[in-house]
Design a protein around this ligand. Structure first.
Ligand code: IPE
Ligand code: IPE
Ligand code: MG
Length: 235
């Protein structure tokens, strides 16, 4: 596959950990553990393939609705995962950033996020974003607030608000819009992921649960993408 056809930014809605576990008579948390192992596998593979930006939807603003034990389990997996993988991110040249509202996260989780960002900030092989306590609408709400503050303080005028300015105020400001959005587990919806940013993304849906979405599956998604004809409203 020629690298000229590769999507620059791939974003993944990693769904189906719970059903993967349920099908095996395991707890939902075991499913999330297995999901974490798969994050390692796919990040490594995407980096070696030459993908420049990868965004992984790890926890949505709506996922707080889950039972407390599951939320706590997910947060612990995130915290430990960042701690354990930090040396690997450094070694592999992966720059890690986070999208989402940190204000509702625990100090312990925020600390691992900050340490990971700091330790990888000069890396330039793959930029990897974890979307944590993220939703597309919340991203837009927070951007609108920042813009309103700038207008109120007369830093900018209303006429300055355009497509580009809004993009610059979103969490994703340092990433190009996703070329390809993948969702695993057979659900055919966006579940409040990158709403603004996916305006012209190509979508790929697979019935595979996230823990089973391996290198071959990733290849199939990329392969499908290379056959899409992107018109961006033109002809
Ligand atoms: C993982 O899959 C996605 C997260 C919110 C962490 P789910 O936990 O949603 O698994 P299913 O959809 O219940 O199977
Ligand atoms: C989307 O999956 C969020 C993440 C993958 C983190 P959900 O399982 O929360 O989405 P719904 O509830 O099926 O739409
Ligand atoms: Mg789900």
């Amino acid at each position: 596959m020629g690298s000229e056809n590769l999507p620059v930014h791939v974003a993944i809605i990693m769904d189906g950990n719970g059903r993967w576990a349920q099908a095996r008579g395991l707890s939902r948390i075991s499913g999330h553990q297995e999901g974490k192992r798969n994050v390692k596998r796919i990040v490594k593979y995407a980096a070696n393939l030459g993908i420049r930006y990868l965004t992984l939807f790890a926890f949505s603003t709506e996922n707080w609705r889950r039972p407390k034990e599951e939320v706590n389990g997910l947060m612990e997996i995130l915290r430990l995962g960042l701690q354990e993988e930090r040396p690997e991110f450094i070694r592999e040249g992966i720059k890690v950033v986070f999208f989402g509202d940190r204000s509702r996260l625990s100090e312990e989780v925020i600390r691992e996020m900050e340490l990971t960002e700091e330790a990888t900030k000069f890396n330039d092989k793959l930029s990897l974003a974890f979307a944590i306590n993220y939703s597309g609408r919340d991203d837009i709400v927070r951007a609108v607030r920042r813009i309103a503050i700038k207008i109120a303080s007369k830093e900018i005028n209303i006429e300055d608000i355009d497509d580009r300015l809004i993009s610059q105020e979103l969490d994703t400001r340092d990433f190009p819009d996703p070329d390809l959005v993948i969702r695993t587990s057979g659900e055919l919806r966006i579940s409040n992921f990158l709403l603004w940013q996916s305006a012209y993304s190509e979508f790929y849906f697979t019935p595979r649960f996230w823990p089973d979405f391996d290198e071959k599956e990733f290849d199939s998604a990329i392969e499908a993408y290379t056959h899409r004809e992107r018109r961006f409203g033109g002809i």
